[in-house]
Structures are given as C-alpha cells and as structure tokens.
Design a protein around this ligand. Structure first.
Ligand code: GAR
Length: 217
C-alpha cells in the first residue's frame, strides 16, 4: 500500500522570498501535517527560488512578461499550481494582481500577507504611506484572498509601533519580523482546516496536538 501523501502547500513569490522561507522553516521545524510542495515565481531572477531549490522543493517560473495576456498568464500559472493539488496556496510577496476568476478557482485556499494593518494602506508603498500619515501603529495582516484586492477576511494581524525617529527601512524591518511570525502560523491553521470563516470574520481554532507524520484530512 502506498503511504498517504501529506497535503501540499504551494507558495507564490516574486522576489526575495523571506516569508516563503519562514513558512518552509516552520513547516519543517514544527512538523506540520503538510509539506511545501512547490515554490513558483513570476520572475526568473527571484532570489527566493534558490533557497527553495536548496531545500529540495520543486520550483517553477511562470514569467508574466512572456504571456500574451493576463488570462494566458493566469491559465499557465493555474496549471502549474494545480499539478501539485494544493490544500493551500500562499502568496508571499507575489506582486501580480489576480483576476476574480483566478481567485475564485482557489476560494478558501488562497492566502496573502500584506505589510499594513488592513484595511489601512491597501496597495503598494505601505511603510512610506504609514510614516507620511503619522500613524502611531503600523503592522502586517494575513488574509484570505477575495476578488476585492487587499480586502479579504483577516486571519491574523500584528501591530508594531511607529517610533518618532523611524526611517522607512527601520519600519519595514520591524514589520517584516512580525510577518515571519504570523504568516507561518496562519498558513498552518489553513492547511489544518482550523479557519472558520463567516463573512469577513475568521475564527482561528486552536491547534490540536498532532502526531508527527499524521495526515490531517
Ligand atoms: C513582504 O513585506 C510582503 O508583506 C509584501 O512584500 C514583501 C515580500 O517580502 N507583500 C506585498 O506587498 C503584497 N501586496 P519577501 O519576498 O521577503 O517575503
């Protein structure tokens, strides 16, 4: 009899991949009942691909610049993702806006980290905008992805203080440290099916002690 395969996680990146790295490390260190099956980038030169390869994780590139249209890019990306039959698809610094059709295809499985306390500062340049607006608290949000960009049900948030003498780099680093803490925990909760979603509200159920190697269905 074939041994049961662990549920798969596919991670999408566009660059450095430090959040992907945090998920991969947590998955191994905490012996999640799941495995990171693949890391896919839309940029061939994404530095994060190297880390994934070193870990023995399958990698792929679906270069949006080579696609004839957004639909063609997403069709190729979805085919690449679906080959791994993932229980969770984690966007980790994946800098492409996804169409509603693509998002619906992964409804309930697609999760994202955003570098602000949503609904404040959706979009790009969040740290600069936080400094310029004078907020005293900034942070990071993990949310389920819906067609409404940066507005999906919130799974986790981490606030960080904004200090008087902060530069954009200092604030970015403080937020990133929190991203690496909350994102792996949220992805784990998703693959362990511990998220109860009602409208925009998400209840994260406590983890039950799972035996190493046990498969959660
Ligand atoms: C992270 O700060 C992530 O929150 C942000 O990009 C960075 C990627 O860093 N994502 C977005 O801005 C999505 N809109 P990483 O490649 O080192 O994980």
């Amino acid at each position: 009899m074939q041994p049961a395969r662990l549920p798969s996680i596919v991670i999408l990146i566009s660059g450095r991949g430090s959040n992907m790295e945090a998920i991969v490390r947590a998955c191994a260190a905490e012996q999640w009942p799941a495995r990171v099956a693949a890391v896919i980038s839309n940029r061939p030169d994404a530095p994060g691909l190297r880390f994934a390869q070193q870990q023995g994780i399958a990698t792929a590139v679906v270069d949006h610049r080579l696609a004839t249209s957004r639909e063609a890019f997403e069709a190729e990306l979805a085919a690449c993702i679906d080959a791994f039959e993932p229980s969770a698809v984690a966007l980790a610094g994946f800098m492409r806006v996804l169409t509603p059709g693509f998002v619906r295809h992964y409804a309930g499985r697609l999760i994202n980290i955003h570098p602000s306390l949503l609904p404040a500062f959706p979009g790009l340049g969040t740290h600069r905008r936080a400094l310029d607006s004078g907020v005293k608290w900034h942070g990071a949000t993990v949310h389920l992805v819906t067609p409404d960009v940066d507005h999906g049900p919130i799974v986790a948030q981490a606030p960080v203080p904004v200090h008087d003498d902060d530069t954009e780099a200092m604030l970015t680093a403080r937020v990133l440290e929190e991203e690496h803490r909350i994102y792996p925990a949220a992805v784990r909760a998703l693959v362990e099916r511990r998220l109860q979603v009602q409208g925009l509200r998400v209840r994260v159920l406590a983890a039950s002690p799972v035996q190493a190697g046990e498969v959660v269905r």
